[in-house]
Design a protein around this ligand. Sequence first.
Ligand SMILES: [Zn+2]
Length: 72
Amino acid sequence: MSTYDDASEPARALLASFDELQLAEMLAAASARIHRIRDLHRNEYETCSECTRNDGVPYPCPTIRALDKEQR
Ligand SMILES: [Zn+2]
């Protein structure tokens, strides 16, 4: 069972309209965005390097927890 199997009919129609190269480019762009976010939100001494200002924000911060949350 893949995510595709769970997709609604409109979602499948949308996917069918993309060719594989477009999908690969979209995936690469999304992965690069996530990588840039993770570069900002690094674990430094158990606090988030981006979210922490004067108040310590424990690592993982809400941003990283959102990225790590499993898709359902
Ligand atoms: Zn953060």
